[in-house]
Design a protein around this ligand. Sequence first.
Ligand code: ADP
Length: 579
Amino acid sequence: MFAKQNRWKPYIIVAVAAILLISIVIFLGIRSNSEVKDIVEQQFTSQQLLLNKQISRGIEVFLNEKVLLIEIIAKQESQIPPDNFTSHFKTIYEKSSGFYAIQFINESGTVVAGYPEENLPLGYNLYENNQSFAFEKVQKEKETYITGGVQMFEEELGSFIWVPVFHEGKFKGTILSIIKVSDVTDRFLKNYASQGHVYLIDKYGMLLYDSSPELQIGENDFYLVNESNLLHTSIIQEQINCTEGSGKYFKIFENGTGEERIITYSSIGWHNQKWSVGLTNPVSDVNSLIHSVYIKQGVFIGMSGILILAGSVWTILLFMKWNKTLEKEVISKTHEIKQSNELLQSANIKLKEHDKLKSEFVSIVSHELRTPLTAMKTSAEFLKDDNCDSSVRLEMLDLIIRNIDRQTRMVSDLLDISRIESGRIKFNSEITNLSEVVNWSIKNVDTISKEKGITIDVNFPKDLPSIKTDKDKLIQVFVNLLNNAMKFTPQGGNITISSVESDNFIEVRIKDNGIGIAPDLLNRIFDKFYQIDSTSTRKVGGSGLGLAITKGIIEGQGGSIRVESMQGEGSVFIFTLVK
Ligand code: ADP
């Protein structure tokens, strides 16, 4: 459970780090977005204000120029009587566009001259028509006076410029020039309708121009406190009071919906009049500008996210790969440890067996060495007795000799195996006739074969070639194998020695019909000191070295030895000799 948790730990860390990074990128993106929105809005507003100021200055110069021109004429007292004004009015009217009419009103308030004639109400008396307010005001204050948007005729607003004329300190009348507001707005505002919603108001809030068709020019809608449009109304009041500024308001449409708008305003000052140009745009226009920035930011955030994700996935895959390699290594190391454990175990088993064999060997060797000694001692006791019969004496001597031979064999077996194991064994090489060797060997086991009534058949091909080998050691091999065959074959058994020749080898087979060997022990019997039955009840003698020595002699001269056997049916020992 703990190991499992640890395994997922790096992936969890990487995933959390990736989520954190993505969140940071998104957070920074959103934060910079709102900053960008503010900045773009501010820049847009200041640009609109600049534009607004340019428009206002244009109108201001235009209007003030008109006043100045009229004031200059008014100062030229020599032009009086009024008829002389007319030619000047004509020149101004034609050279300086924007006048609707320029007329002279005499001291009694009657229009007596002017230009153009078609726009002149000649003979019109202000007093008679109750319109003498401005006329009296300029006479009294001796200063130019301008009346605001005056409804002249249907849907036309005009601005009246009253300039008093004095001659030698005496009031002679006024020059009244009329400017059509639409002339001014057509000239200066119409073109800017594409830049947003443009409007013009006077100092009372009366609408002089509106680029949208919604509002009626000349009406004072702005000034009316409209609850639903309170914000705009308050801005209009600000606009009337201040020279310039900007802000935001929420415009409500007739259908109840609405939108947020940016507004800038800038005033036009001419004498006692003050007009103000307003320019408004929906905030959504600015937003569309910002959206392109957002899209770029979105792409950036998306790309960053993808990159972070890809990086994380790559890191996790790398971790997984490392993990897999590590797992594989652990598995292979575990396997190696298991194998070496198994090896150690089998080595341990072998060591134990070896130890067992050793102790068995000690007991066998002591038995093999002591038995002849006991026999020899008993025989010697007999020989000491003078009354001993000569035939018994001979038998005893025979017994002593046999036991000496037995001990000698034992000792020479021990010496042989030690030589084989240390590689000190030496082989003589002499031409050897195999049949001869076999005959010698059979003779060697003659006594025992007769005792047990075991027949030995030799089945050699007549043309069997002689070979170069160590003859004595080959005899030792045959004697060992024949002795074993005798030992493990019951009375009246049979042994067959046969041989087959091949290109490089002569193969010899020694077959008995004795007790046979269990299949699992076939390889063990060639180990030194190994005896299938090593108990004290074992009837046959032997040290367990015979087959080890035989194998050493055969393999030492380039041959090989193996055994085939069926338990209870007999064994065949097969060995090869190099030709
Ligand atoms: P030993 O001196 O005990 O005969 P060997 O090395 O010659 O020792 O033989 C090892 C063992 O192999 C014997 O103890 C015996 O159990 C078995 N063995 C050898 N030859 C034969 C055979 N021909 N038939 C059955 N068992 C045999």
